[in-house]
Design a protein around this ligand. Structure first.
Ligand code: IMP
Ligand code: MG
Length: 193
């Protein structure tokens, strides 16, 4: 019998939808340990004005688990955007649904994303943030699907590369479901994907 916290634990009601655990929670945590060390080191000489910007909603667990591993002080803010388009593909037309509450002029911004797929969403967000004259804008993405990339993007910190399969869990959803699964998992064919 597995329990919450175990690497093979899936909430009972979602078990039948899950095909495979691709990245268990413990590996995500271990990778975030490493990335937090890198971020701490890279921003150590800055003026202590680091702002983590989470892209709602998929990045919330990555952002909160990263923030709790940093020794540098940081502030937190969020943006939400929608890309027009349906189902599991991105159209590239991005609309900001929730903007930052923070003025980022002169600040070091670290954009935290769940997954970079085509890259179109991030491409838009980076350009948008740069126009506000921050000291720097870098990107940390938990996952990347390099085979799907349509634009070249400077993603400074990457958790894991995943193949071209639709993944959910650890914040990522399919039609707003499965975000609470603590691992990155693939879905069984027939679950709607
Ligand atoms: P992009 O603009 O194509 O890079 O799309 C990025 C966004 O699409 C991510 O922030 C996710 O919200 C969503 N997305 C892309 N691939 C997946 C996936 O495999 N599972 C869940 N969401 C995904
Ligand atoms: Mg997203």
């Amino acid at each position: 019998m597995s329990r919450p916290g175990d690497d093979d634990w899936i909430p009972e009601q979602l078990k039948d939808d899950v095909e495979e655990v691709l990245i268990p929670a413990s590996r995500i945590g271990a990778r975030l340990d490493e990335l937090a060390v890198e971020v701490d080191r890279d921003y150590a000489d800055r003026n202590g004005d680091l702002l983590l910007v989470g892209v709602l909603r998929g990045a919330i667990f990555t952002l909160s688990d990263l923030a709790r591993r940093l020794t540098l002080p940081c502030a937190i803010d969020f943006m939400a955007c929608s890309s027009y388009g349906s189902g599991t593909t991105s159209s590239g037309v991005v609309r900001i649904l929730k903007d930052l509450d923070t003025d980022i002029e002169g600040r070091d911004v670290l954009l935290v994303e769940d997954i970079v797929d085509t890259g179109l969403t991030l491409d838009y967000l980076i350009k948008n943030l740069r126009s506000r004259k921050p000291a720097s804008v870098e990107v940390l993405a938990l996952l990347t699907k390099p085979s799907r990339r349509e634009v070249d993007l400077p993603v400074r910190y990457v958790g894991f590369e995943v193949p071209d399969v639709f993944v959910v869990g650890y914040g990522l959803d399919y039609a707003e479901r499965y975000r609470g699964i603590p691992h990155i998992v693939s879905l069984r064919p027939g679950t709607g994907v």
